[in-house]
Write a protein that binds this ligand. Structure first.
Ligand SMILES: NC(=O)c1ccc[n+]([C@@H]2O[C@H](COP(=O)([O-])OP(=O)(O)OC[C@H]3O[C@@H](n4cnc5c(N)ncnc54)[C@H](O)[C@@H]3O)[C@@H](O)[C@H]2O)c1
Length: 391
């Protein structure tokens, strides 16, 4: 059974889906995350999966066979080759390529007149993000970026608390997180090589921490950034993750960040203090804090990339002059619909014109500008202004 899903609703709004016209879907890149996309598309009664492609010959065909989806055309050498096949009559695509191929594929798909669900991070640089949005505007099609954690009810609660005014004017945000050891190499090197990933921990998990807080506070424009990044673990041939797989050569291929930190000034006089790690010699870089003039919110150290908060959130405020701490109970996981199902459903509803774009590019542009700003600031060794070209 499929549902219409309103990503902005407090409740999980459900209504029968109109199946009279199927949304014809293509999948670009059939790696690990594409598994999650197809699993959710298969549950949607108004979808027909008609095509897929991958750079690796035979990978797309094997992917659809593995998922038991028959009749899908896959004999394409890449995204552009698939788009050239007008007989497919595609309506929409999921772009599930590695980061460096986000911008070229998203732009080609938008120019081909397709709705696009683009995996996170939006791309690698701010300039690419601008080009993607220009293509989106010219096409008039839907573009949503794959940040499914913000569809989680606890994540929505963070935004509701800020929007309620309970915290007053927000002036300081601390966020980030990471793993003690967790460079993602089990599936090969596409996450760690510069030519495929372009960004390391920043683009893999840092962008989620940023989305969690920036979405809550209304995505203020970033103005300046002083950023730092390092690669001490990724470049170490003795790193435990490589040792476990007998892959010491990965250290030579490692070309991205495994740790990053930044001090960012946001419009409205807000300071953002951020750090993220794939590997570090500590268990956590701390809780997420949102400080306002009337109250402060503590979100316990979180694996927000999974759509989870690390425990009950607490609001520190005054009640009738008394310093008070209010615990916000954890909202249980929605057993009816996974976050991926919500991500796909809300994208489809936007494509059909019956729902809002779940994760708009205009917001994620600022997320991208911060990540890219960290890399650019690190390169010059000082604080830089964030300049976003006119779109
Ligand atoms: N939203 C999430 O929860 C989530 C989770 C994991 C990964 N991701 C994102 O998804 C993206 C892909 O991750 P992954 O783990 O599936 O990577 P992956 O390397 O396993 O798969 C990417 C695939 O895209 C293919 N590809 C690249 N360029 C192509 C092109 N031009 N045309 C056709 N195919 C092309 C590659 O050959 C590869 O098979 C990354 O950007 C990652 O950040 C999102």
């Amino acid at each position: 059974m499929a549902f219409n899903y309103d990503p902005n609703s407090a409740n999980t709004a459900k209504a029968a889906v109109d199946t009279s016209k199927k949304v014809r879907i293509g999948i670009v890149g059939t790696g690990w995350i594409a598994d999650a996309h197809i699993a959710s598309y298969k549950k949607m009664a108004d979808v027909e999966i008609v095509a897929g492609c991958d750079l690796i010959p035979g990978k797309a065909k094997a992917f659809f066979e593995k998922h038991g989806v028959a009749g899908v055309k896959t004999d394409y050498k890449d995204c552009d080759d698939m788009l050239a096949d007008k007989s497919l009559n595609l309506d929409a695509v999921s772009v599930c390529t590695y980061n460096r191929q986000h911008a070229p594929c998203a732009i080609s798909c938008l120019k081909a007149g397709l709705h696009v669900l683009l995996e996170k991070p939006m791309c690698v640089t701010t300039e690419e993000a601008v080009e993607i949005i220009r293509a989106e505007k010219a096409s008039g099609k839907v573009l949503s970026i794959g940040f499914q954690p913000r569809l989680d009810e606890n994540m929505k609660m963070i935004k509701k608390i800020v929007d309620s005014g309970e915290l007053g004017k927000i002036y300081y945000v601390q966020t980030g997180g990471g793993r003690r050891r967790g460079i993602p190499t089990p599936f090969g090197t596409t996450f760690i090589e510069d030519k495929t990933a372009g960004l390391g921990a920043l683009g893999d998990i840092g962008c989620y921490s940023l989305d969690m807080v920036l979405n809550a506070i209304g995505y203020p424009k970033p103005l300046t950034v002083s950023g730092y990044k390092s690669d001490f673990f990724g470049k170490d041939s003795n790193y435990c993750g490589y040792r476990a797989d007998n892959r010491a050569e990965y250290a030579k291929l490692f070309g991205v960040d495994d740790f990053a930190a930044a001090f960012v000034r946001l419009e409205g006089g807000i300071i953002l203090d951020f750090r993220i790690a794939w590997a570090m010699n500590i268990d956590t870089t701390g809780d997420t804090l949102i400080l306002g003039t009337k109250g402060g919110l503590r979100i316990p150290s979180t694996e927000c990339w999974n759509g989870t908060v690390g425990g009950a959130m607490k609001i520190y405020h005054e009640v009738c002059g008394q310093q008070t701490v209010t615990e916000v109970p954890i909202i249980p996981e929605d057993k009816n619909m996974s976050l991926f199902d919500k991500k796909i459903r809300s994208f489809l509803d936007a494509c059909k014109g019956i729902g809002p774009v779940p994760v708009p590019s205009s917001q994620i542009l600022y997320n991208q500008a911060i990540i890219d700003g960290i890399a650019k600031s690190h390169a010059v060794g000082k604080e830089i202004e964030i300049n976003i070209p006119e779109i």
